[in-house]
Ligand binder design. Structure first.
Ligand code: ADP
Ligand code: MG
Length: 343
């Protein structure tokens, strides 16, 4: 048994689309998150990957109760938080926070670093006066900034430094859980590694649990203990980072991996086999059966009608949602040319 900090069961976030007002009836539904079961273990970094539009941000926001779930449930540290409000929701806000993608957009240009980092201390009544100033200095040093920068404004900083300010703010309430949503995506490549290393160090030192969301599988492989792969609102593969990142069992993950060059001839051959073509279908028209079937090079008979569930496959702890692994009870051999049942 693992100690689970955050979990989702049958989680759905559906947005109404189309018709507005009197024409509301004409509208459909956009399935941004569409039946997610997920356990995030205490102290782990779970990487969440998938192409843009697959629902990663919506899932991260829903776990933090920043967007409402339209179905299913979420629990945090053993408590159902799906309908939490008032004082207890405020306490959740302290214990579970977000590091945003764009440090330029997420920091208020008119507020000093001290005001930005200190705000959660005020909101949650954690420190006042001299103690607050000392704590702000401590938080800045924790993220590798000089305590002396507290009086400065965001425009005086580089992108990497601003992201450090964002992280200091996220840490102010001494959270247990942080969602980092594309937290390095808008930074220069050289700075990305520094921020990844900072997050790793902080996680170690503070015992944080992280959900690290990124469209970049190589960054996720570097930082995560486990990787979850999301496609059209669903987790389609999950498992230890080494397994998912080097021996994925779901064709979608193989395709994502094929976009990442690997310095190994055998893996390089494998890499070139699965190339992702076309765009992600609209989440307001999710394909029947397996939602990946419209782009899958291995599509075969059950994929049109039967929605595959996650099942144990590959390495210990690895799960994939794919009929190739024998929902129909027959082991199969897969090649890009087609799929044949083994005798
Ligand atoms: N507030 C919203 N209202 C309507 N549709 C939304 C909203 N937020 C996200 N979406 C849609 O949900 C889908 C998933 O988006 P998102 O969670 O941002 O994906 P990702 O982070 O993986 O790129 C997209 O089609 C997006 O347009
Ligand atoms: Mg996103």
């Amino acid at each position: 048994m693992h100690d689970v900090l955050v979990s989702a069961r049958g989680l759905e976030v559906h947005f109404p689309t189309g018709g507005r007002g009197v024409r509301k009836k004409a509208g459909g539904v956009l399935r941004a998150v569409d039946g997610v079961d997920l356990d995030i273990r205490r102290g782990e970094t779970l990487g969440l990957v998938g192409e843009s539009g697959c629902g990663k941000s919506t899932l991260g926001n829903a776990l933090l109760r920043l967007v409402p779930a339209t179905g299913g449930s979420i629990s945090f540290d053993g408590t159902d938080i799906t309908g939490l409000d008032g004082r207890r929701l405020k306490e959740l806000r302290r214990r579970a926070g977000m590091v945003f993608q764009d440090p330029f957009a997420s920091l208020d240009p008119r507020r000093t670093v001290a005001q930005t980092v200190g705000e959660p201390l005020e909101v949650h009544g954690l420190r006042k006066g001299r103690e607050k100033a000392a704590r702000i200095g401590e938080l800045l040093e924790l993220v590798g900034l000089d305590a002396g920068v507290a009086a400065r404004y965001p425009h005086e900083f580089s992108g990497g430094q601003r992201q450090r300010v964002g992280i200091a703010r996220a840490l102010a309430g001494e959270p247990d859980f942080l969602v980092c949503d594309e937290a390095i995506a808008s930074l220069d490549v050289s700075v990305q590694a520094q921020v990844l290393n900072l997050l790793r160090r902080l996680q170690d030192r503070l015992g944080l649990t992280l959900l690290f969301i990124s469209h970049d599988l190589s960054a996720v492989r570097y930082i995560a203990d486990r990787i979850a792969v999301m496609y059209l609102g669903r987790i389609v593969e999950i498992g230890p980072a080494a397994a998912v990142g080097s021996d994925p069992q779901m064709p979608y993950t193989q395709a994502l991996l094929s976009a990442v060059p690997v310095p190994h001839p055998a893996l390089e051959r494998e890499r070139q086999r699965t190339v992702l073509t076309g765009d992600v279908p609209s989440p307001s028209a999710v394909p029947s059966g397996c939602r990946f079937r419209t782009r899958c090079p291995y599509v075969f008979e059950p994929c049109d009608d039967v929605d595959p569930a996650l099942q144990p496959v590959g390495a210990p702890g690895q799960q994939a949602a794919c009929h190739l692994h024998g929902v129909v009870g027959t082991p199969v051999t897969r090649t890009p040319e087609g799929v044949t049942a083994e005798p």
